[in-house]
Structure formats: C-alpha cells, structure tokens
Write a protein that binds this ligand. Structure first.
Ligand SMILES: Cc1cc2nc3c(=O)[nH]c(=O)nc-3n(C[C@H](O)[C@H](O)[C@H](O)COP(=O)(O)OP(=O)(O)OC[C@H]3O[C@@H](n4cnc5c(N)ncnc54)[C@H](O)[C@@H]3O)c2cc1C
Length: 443
C-alpha cells in the first residue's frame, strides 16, 4: 500500500458522485491522497427532489450540481467523466468506457477503491413495462414523466370521446413508498390546484389519481399510525389509495392488477409512474461475481463489517448497492436512504485516513436519525427517533432537512425562493413539455 511517505501519493478512486461517493471524496480531500472521482454523469443529482422536477415544481438545474464545481478548490481531486465497465481486482485497475463521446482512459489504477454505484428501479422482470411506466430516478426520466403528465392534460383537452378523455385524465402511480406517495400527492396538487384554470373544455380537478400498492398500507417503512395519517392526507388531496393490489400488466392503454374486493381490475390510463422495486447497480453484481460474495435478490453485494469486500481490504463498496455483514457475520440490509450512503461514505474515508496513519478503525455502525416523507402542501409524516409527527410540523422538518442537504449555496437559495413563491401562489413554474418521447410513444 502506497502511503503519504511514498514517492507518489496514495491513489484513491471513487466510483459514483451520488450521496455515498460525494461524502467519501469530501472527507478525504484534506488527506495526503490523490483522488479520482469517476461518474458517468458530470453532476450530482439530489434524487429526493426529482419528483418535484417530474411535476413541474422545480427545474433540473435546481436539484443537480456539477461535480467539477463541488471540488474546484481541491487540487488533489480529479473528476473523470466515464462509465466503469469492469474491475480487475488483481491488477487493481478499473476498465472504463467513454460517455457522450468524451474520450476517457481505458484503464485506471488505484491503491484504494470506493464503489458507490447506487441502484435503479426494476420492473420485476417486465422490462417491457418501462416504456409505458416511467420512473423518476434520473433527471432524464423525471423530465419524461413531466412531459407525459402535462401532455395527458393537453390530450384530454382536445379529446371529443368521453371514455378516451377519462383515460387521459387517469393517473396511476405504482408503489406507495415515499417516492410513490410524494408523486401521487404532487400530481393531485397539479390537477386540483395549479392547472385548475388553465383549460377550456376539461376540468383538471376531475382527474383521477390512483396509488397502487401490493402491501396492505402505504409507507411500510414507517409505523402503521403514520401510514394511516399519510393515507388520510392523500385522500384529502383526492388520491385514491389501492393497497393489496399487485400489478400484473402494463401497456400503452392501461394497467392491470390483481387483488382487492373484485379480485383484479383493468384501469384505462395513459400516464403511469413507476415507483416500485429497486435493484442494485450492475457494479454490485460484478463485484459479487469477482469475489464470490453472494448477492441478495435485489442484486446487492455483501460487504464485511468495515464495508470492504471479502479478501480485498483495499476495495470498499457503499450505499444502495450493498448489504453489510454484522459482527455475527449475518448480512443486514440497511434502508435505501441517502443518510445510509452518506454515513458509509464518511466511514470509508475515515478508514482510509486511519490506515494511512497506521491506525485501526472499528466496524461501521449506522446511526438512524429518522424517516421523513412529504405528501403535499403542508402535509408530511416524520418518525424522528420515536417522535412521530404529521401535518405542518413534519412538513417544515422535511423542508429544512432537504434544503440543508441540497448541494450548493446557490441551489439552496433558488429552491427556497421557488418553494416560497409556489406556496404563496400555488404555482409551478417549470410546467414545460420537452423532448420527443411523449405523444408518439403514448398514442
Ligand atoms: C426518486 C427518489 C427519491 C428518493 N428520496 C429520498 C429521500 O427523500 N430521502 C432519502 O434519504 N433517500 C431518498 N432516496 C434514496 C437515495 O437517493 C439513495 O439512497 C441514495 O442516492 C444512495 O446513494 P448512493 O451513493 O448509493 O447512490 P446514488 O446517489 O444513486 O449515486 C450513484 C452514482 O453512481 C454513478 N454510477 C452508477 N453506475 C456507474 C458506472 N458504471 N460508472 C460510473 N458511474 C456510475 C451514478 O451516475 C450516480 O451518480 C430517493 C431515491 C429516489 C430514486
């Protein structure tokens, strides 16, 4: 292992400029190391707010920040736009692929590797559903959702046939975790509030918003009392919550599900948002294959209590793509939330710094600071160390936490201004239909 005393600095390569990777780099930038941050995007995306881009409340640049700008003052941090295609763990090298036709080196050597590739939505083996039911994980897909939602109102306005018009005005969100709940609440506000006076032949307030969930309640990661509170808030906004329903088919004209009183149902809709199942980054599967570590059903690679791969103390894997062995050797799945990835990024940086000083470091321990989900205007639920909040207090907490963690001073100010303005006027300034994908795909 090269250390600060060696002729060359210790080379740390961090894969992924998401929540985990960013923390790892930030907590290593003052250490005597040479850091390369590799990402296939040139920006950090604040995923907790992509649903607001998808519903026209915020613009893309307000929730994304260039990685180069974040580390512009750190001379030992290099940002590399490239996709990691493979690992050569014996040679301690990454294989890279160029992105957006920007040339990149084919191989990149490291002394320490920190992999934080995140996760993506899975369609339970039905990839064909993806084209009809977009998700909001990436900026591109959030913009596609925004265009589809707004295009559906436009299409309804010009549709003479009542049945076809109703289909355009039916919005289905699949999955009632925090993202699904937030999406359904925002679509309801868009229809009942923002667009209320914008059309001439339709009344957007008549739109049906359905939230479909296989479990028996919404927000299963929260205590049942808060799930019930969230469901009541959704109903007040005009969202129909359909729990105990499993989606079995999605096509251009609608969604079919099993369960419920009637045993199953087909809903005619032209706008479906996918907010169910998550699978770990492909990088997790590859690391599992190379080290013999067993991946779980969601594709997460198992890491040791110090977040390294078995037999490779120089390779850390963190965030959404891992599960962590506890002291007894049992793999534990931590929640797929930003604080887990951030704490793991800071921890991995701490281990690297300790090793450079020749010191030992204890095992990773997650400190759970609570769980938040917003439903709509002044409505949210929060479970903070056993203190359960709903309504305005939870919403204000949600607002402050999200503003605090949003990267970049300028973004914080812009988002605060935008939220204050929207709160006062019920407006959403970013209601733009963009891209070529919308109508041709939907019709
Ligand atoms: C819609 C949505 C809403 C959410 N809301 C919340 C919330 O309110 N609160 C909360 O705590 N959590 C929320 N989460 C979860 C949170 O965003 C994740 O837990 C967190 O992003 C995980 O961090 P990570 O570093 O593991 O991965 P990510 O933040 O996803 O970062 C992964 C990075 O790796 C890069 N990458 C991936 N593969 C490669 C490759 N092959 N080569 C190069 N680069 C690569 C990606 O471009 C990305 O920048 C939400 C997630 C989503 C999708």
């Amino acid at each position: 292992m090269r250390t600060s005393g060696s002729r060359e600095e210790h080379r740390v390569v961090v894969v992924g400029g998401g929540f985990g990777g960013l923390q790892a780099v930030s907590h290593l930038r003052r250490a005597p190391v040479e850091i390369t941050l590799v990402d296939r995007r040139n920006f950090h995306l604040f995923q907790p707010l992509t649903y607001q881009v998808a519903t026209g409340a915020l613009s893309p640049d307000e929730i994304a920040y260039p990685l180069r700008a974040i580390f512009k003052r750190d001379r030992n941090v290099r940002v590399l736009l490239a996709e990691v295609a493979d690992f050569d763990l014996d040679a301690r090298e990454l294989h890279l692929r160029s992105v957006s036709a920007v040339p990149s080196p084919e191989r990149l050597g490291y002394d320490t590797l920190i992999v934080a590739g995140g996760s993506h939505y899975s369609y339970f083996g039905h990839e064909e559903w993806r084209m009809h039911a977009a998700e909001v994980k990436s900026l591109e897909s959030a913009l596609a959702v925004r265009s589809r939602l707004l295009a559906a109102f436009e299409a309804a306005e010009g549709e003479p046939n009542a049945e076809a018009r109703d289909a355009w005005l039916t919005f289905v969100v699949v999955g009632a975790g925090p993202t699904g709940v937030e999406m359904a609440g925002q679509i309801a506000e868009l229809a009942r509030d923002t667009l209320r006076r914008d059309f001439r032949t339709i009344d957007p307030r008549r739109a049906r918003i359905l939230l479909v969930e296989a479990a028996d309640r919404v927000l299963t990661s929260f205590p049942p009392s808060l799930s019930a509170k969230a469901e009541r808030s959704l109903q007040r906004l005009g969202v129909t919550v359909l729990t105990g329903r499993t989606v079995i088919g999605i096509d251009a004209a609608g969604v079919t599900f099993e369960g419920g009183d009637r045993g199953g149902e087909r809903i005619a809709t032209r706008a479906i948002v996918w907010a169910a199942g998550v699978t770990a980054s492909r990088l997790a599967g590859r690391l599992a294959e190379l080290t013999g570590a067993e991946p779980d059903r969601a594709g997460r690679v198992t890491v040791e209590p110090d977040l390294t791969l078995a037999g490779h103390p120089e390779v850390f894997a963190i965030g959404d793509m891992v599960r962590v062995r506890d002291a007894g050797g049992e793999p534990v799945v931590l929640p797929g939330f930003a604080p887990v990835a951030m704490q793991q990024g800071r921890y991995a940086a701490g281990v690297v710094r300790a090793r450079l000083r020749g010191r030992e470091h204890g095992a990773f321990r997650f400190r759970d600071k609570g769980n938040l989900a917003t439903i709509g205007r002044a409505a949210a639920v929060a479970d903070v160390k056993g203190v359960r909040l709903g309504g305005f207090a939870a919403w204000a907490t949600w607002l402050l936490v999200h503003l605090w963690y949003l990267i970049g001073f300028q973004n914080r100010v812009l988002v605060l201004i935008r939220w204050s303005f929207s709160f006062a006027t019920h407006g959403r300034g970013a209601r733009l239909i963009t891209g070529a994908s919308t109508t041709s795909e939907q019709r």
